[in-house]
Design a protein around this ligand. Sequence first.
Ligand code: NDP
Length: 266
Amino acid sequence: MTEESPAMSATPKEHRLLPGKVALITGASSGIGAAAARVFAREGARVVLLARRAERLESLAAELRADGAEAECVVADVTSAADTARATARAVSRFGRLDVAFNNAGYGVGRTPLHLMADGLYDEIMEVNVRGVWNCLRDELAAMLESGGGAIVNNASVGGLLATPVAAPYVASKHAVIGLTKAAAAEYAAQGIRVNAVAPGTTRTEVVGEWFANNPGIEEALHAATPQPRTAEPEEIAEAAAFLCSDRASFVTGVTMPVDGGFTMV
Ligand code: NDP
């Protein structure tokens, strides 16, 4: 086992954000999580990738290893406390500790008026977006207390800061993620653990691509409501998460950083 992933291409070694850090990334099989896996590894982290789709995880891990990184996969469901405990335990058994975590796994369906939403959708969304983060947080905090500190970033959404239309359970779940972030940040700050959140605006992932395709005009409408009039790329969210996980954000805790081109500013 090396202390730091060697030879990751773009960032010179002395400037890397996460040199030698052991990082757990949930929801790493696609979208923002997969981008985070690439960014964190490039920044020197040894990564543990969690999601349910094994093939996607394995193929991403193979890509990262081919680039010189150390990567482990844990096929797991964040709604299961046993699964999230297994992921943290894998990080510790494989790499000796857990330094940072990006709790990104999440689920956003809806686009239906609240009174017409299917029964059960509320529970489904809360299970993944809130219980999932809760399960991860408990294990990660315990592991970080063991190793003397760490940094956690939860993936919220602009929907955690304001009410985006026709997505009530999603909005409620992401407000809860921000609440959990603040609660954990306050509780563990003195013990050397920072907890922050990112709040992405609309980001070009597969699910969002499908949403745009099925709703002509929606992308243009979103751009019109965004001071930087475009859709975010997954890497832009991953970069913000990497910064907040890094020692360069050493006095930042309990914040939710919008990564939204100014959407929540106006
Ligand atoms: P994707 O659907 O591409 O990614 C979601 C990831 O979460 C997948 O890797 C999926 O993996 C994983 N996941 C979902 N449910 C579970 C579960 N129960 N257990 C473990 N893993 C799970 O979406 P995005 O990349 O777009 O979204 C990632 C995060 O960013 C979410 O929290 C989302 O709410 C947030 N976000 C996204 C925005 C966007 O516009 N794209 C805007 C604001 C916030 P698998 O299916 O293999 O388990």
